[in-house]
Design a protein around this ligand. Structure first.
Ligand SMILES: Cc1cc2nc3c(=O)[nH]c(=O)nc-3n(C[C@H](O)[C@H](O)[C@H](O)COP(=O)(O)O)c2cc1C
Length: 503
C-alpha cells in the first residue's frame, strides 16, 4: 500500500499541476497533495501505528470512525429498546420527566412479554387512592441522636471530579428544592455541594476532605465537616458495584489544580484511591469505625455502602454488629451493574453481585439475624423509573438512590466519555468550555422535576397494586414470566388432550 500511495500520489500531483498550468483549475488540490504526501512520508516512517504505516492517509478514517462510533451507534443504529447501559426508551423517560413534559407512550408496549424473564406488577382489582405526598423514610437507629427524614429517592454518590462543578451545583440546588439528598461521592465535601440541599457525605478509602498528609483518616477534620448542618448522614464507602475491590480512579485529565487542592493530591496525575481502608481492616474494625464516626458527628446517621461479593464476609460483619451491640443506621447495597466515572473493564464486567440477588441476600440476612428493624437498606442499581423504585422496595430496600438517572436529568446523553474529560454535555468533565453548556438554573429545575415526577409515578404504581404505603410492599406484588411457563406446564397438557383433533 505504501508504494501505491507514493506512486499514485506523485502521479496525481503531476496531473494536477498540468491541469492547473493549462486550464487554471485544481489550485486547492495542488496545495493539498504535497501536504498529504508529507503526512504520508511521516506516517510511513513512524513506528507507533501499524495502520498508518501501511495506509498513510486513509488510515486516519479508521481513527475518525472509531472516535464517532458511539454517536453513529446512538443516532443511526440504536432502536428504542436498545442502547447500553440504558435504552433510548429509558433515557427518554428521564428527559421527559426532567423537562416536566408528557411522558406517556403511545400504542402499547414494545417489549415481548411472553418470555420467562418478564416481570410485572400484580395490580389489584381494587386500586388504592394515589398518594399525592411524596414518600419519606426516617433513618436513625437507637444510637443515632440526629435521625434524618429522607426522601425515598435520592442522588447516589458521584464526586466533584467525576462530575463538573456546574453538575454538582445543579444537583444540590435541585435536591434543595425537592427536599431530598445528594451523596457527595468519595471525592469529598466541597463548596459546590453546599448550595442548601441535604448532603450524605461519603468517606472513601482516600479520606478526601478528612485526610492526614499521609492519606490516613483525620478525626478532627472529619468532626469539623460532619457537623455542618447540611450534612445529614455519613456513608463509609467499602466498595462500589462498577469496580468492587478496586478503589477510586480519577483520570489525570480530570485532576485539575482545583480538584487536586480539594483532595490534597498532586494535580494532573492519575489518582488511584486504595481498595482498602487504613482506618480498619476487618469486621470488628469497621464496627468500631462506625462508633467513632457517630461520636465525632454528634450522633448523625452512619452507614456503609458495598457491593456484595463474598457473602460470608457480610454475614461476619452482621454478627460483629450483634457482638458489639452497634449497628449502622443504614446499609447501601450497590449492584454490580452500577455506574462509574472510570473503571477497568474487567472489574465492571466481571466482579461483584448484581443488584437483585444482592438486595435479596442483604435483606434476608438481616431478617434471619433478627436485626432488620435496626437498619435501613438503601438500594442502587439502574433505578430510574417508578417501576424500578417499587421493584427495589419489593426486594427489600427501604429507599433508593440513582446516579445515572440524575445524570440524564442534567442532560447526559450517554456519550460514554466520562473518563476522558470530553463529556459533550458538561456533566462529567472538568473542561470549563464544555461545562459552560450546562446552565445551572435550567438543569437544577430538571433535577427537581425528575425526582418529583418519578416518585409520583412510583406512588401511582403503589396504588395500582392496591397498597397505601411502601412499607406494605413485598415481593408478592410481582409476577414473573416463568410463573406463566409453570402454569402452562401444569394446566395445558390435560386441556390440550381434550381439544386435540384426532383423525
Ligand atoms: C460518574 C459516576 C461517579 C460515581 N462516583 C461514585 C463515588 O464517588 N462513590 C460511590 O460509592 N459510587 C460512585 N458511583 C456509583 C453510583 O453512586 C451508583 O452506586 C451506581 O452508579 C449505581 O447507580 P445507577 O445505576 O443509578 O447509576 C458513581 C457513578 C457514576 C456514574
Amino acid at each position: 500500500m505504501r508504494k501505491k500511495f507514493f506512486i499514485y500520489g506523485i502521479l496525481l500531483f503531476i496531473i494536477t499541476a498540468f491541469v492547473y498550468y493549462y486550464f487554471k483549475v485544481g489550485f486547492l488540490l495542488l496545495i493539498a497533495l504535497p501536504i498529504l504526501l508529507v503526512v504520508g512520508i511521516y506516517n510511513t516512517l513512524q513506528h507507533k501505528h501499524a495502520i498508518l504505516r501501511n495506509f498513510p492517509v486513509l488510515g486516519y478514517f479508521r481513527y475518525l470512525f472509531e472516535m464517532i462510533a458511539p454517536e453513529i451507534q446512538q443516532y443511526f443504529i440504536e432502536r428504542s429498546t436498545d442502547g447500553k447501559p440504558f435504552s433510548r426508551n429509558q433515557r427518554s423517560l428521564v428527559y421527559q420527566r426532567a423537562k416536566n413534559i408528557d411522558s406517556n407512550t403511545p400504542f402499547g408496549t414494545q417489549n415481548n412479554l411472553n418470555v420467562a424473564n418478564y416481570e410485572g406488577i400484580k395490580h389489584s382489582i381494587f386500586p388504592a387512592q394515589v398518594n399525592e405526598e411524596l414518600p419519606r423514610v426516617l433513618v436513625g437507629g437507637a444510637d443515632c441522636k440526629q435521625p434524618y427524614s429522607a426522601s425515598l429517592f435520592n442522588i447516589s454518590a458521584m464526586s466533584f471530579g467525576s462530575l463538573s462543578e456546574n453538575a454538582v451545583k445543579s444537583l444540590n440546588i435541585g435536591a434543595h428544592k425537592g427536599n431530598f439528598y445528594q451523596n457527595t461521592g468519595e471525592g469529598g465535601l466541597t463548596e459546590f455541594h453546599l448550595q442548601g440541599g441535604d448532603i450524605t457525605w461519603q468517606i472513601g478509602t482516600g479520606y478526601f476532605g478528612c485526610r492526614t498528609p499521609e492519606g490516613n483518616f483525620d478525626p478532627e477534620k472529619f468532626r469539623e465537616k460532619a457537623n455542618f448542618a447540611q450534612v445529614k448522614m455519613i456513608e463509609i464507602k467499602l466498595s462500589q458495584g462498577a469496580k468492587p475491590g478496586h478503589g477510586g480512579v480519577l483520570p489525570a485529565a480530570k485532576n485539575t489544580e482545583q480538584i487536586a487542592k480539594i483532595r490534597g493530591v498532586e494535580p494532573h496525575t492519575l489518582i488511584l484511591s486504595p481498595p482498602w481502608h487504613t482506618a480498619f481492616s476487618n469486621a470488628k474494625g469497621l464496627i468500631h469505625f462506625i462508633k467513632q464516626l457517630r461520636e465525632l458527628s454528634n450522633g448523625k446517621p452512619i452507614g456503609f455502602k458495598l457491593c456484595i461479593g463474598n457473602t460470608a464476609e457480610f454475614e461476619d460483619i452482621c454478627n460483629e454488629m450483634i457482638n458489639e451491640n452497634c449497628y449502622p443506621d443504614f446499609i447501601t447495597v450497590d449492584g454490580a451493574e452500577g455506574g462509574t466515572g472510570a473503571a477497568p473493564l474487567e472489574f465492571s464486567d466481571g466482579v461483584g453481585m448484581p443488584f437483585e440477588p444482592a438486595l435479596i441476600f442483604v435483606n434476608k440476612t438481616l431478617i434471619d439475624l433478627n436485626i432488620r428493624d435496626k437498619i435501613r437498606i438503601i438500594g442502587s442499581g439502574k433505578i430510574i423509573s417508578g417501576y424500578s423504585i417499587l421493584h427495589a422496595i419489593a426486594l427489600g430496600a427501604d429507599m433508593c438512590n440513582s446516579a445515572r438517572g440524575f445524570m440524564f436529568s442534567l442532560g447526559c446523553i450517554q456519550a460514554l466519555r466520562c473518563h476522558n474529560n470530553q463529556c459533550p454535555t458538561g456533566v462529567a468533565t472538568q473542561d470549563k468550555m464544555l461545562m459552560k453548556g450546562l446552565v445551572i438554573t435550567d438543569k437544577s429545575e430538571r433535577v427537581y422535576h425528575f425526582h418529583k415526577n418519578t416518585l409520583h409515578a412510583a406512588n401511582e404504581l403503589l396504588a395500582a397494586a392496591g397498597k397505601k404505603s411502601f412499607a406494605d410492599v413485598d415481593i408478592s406484588i410481582f409476577m414473573r414470566g416463568d410463573e406463566f411457563a409453570q402454569l402452562s406446564d401444569l394446566y395445558f397438557p390435560d386441556n390440550l388432550s381434550k381439544v386435540t383433533k384426532t383423525h
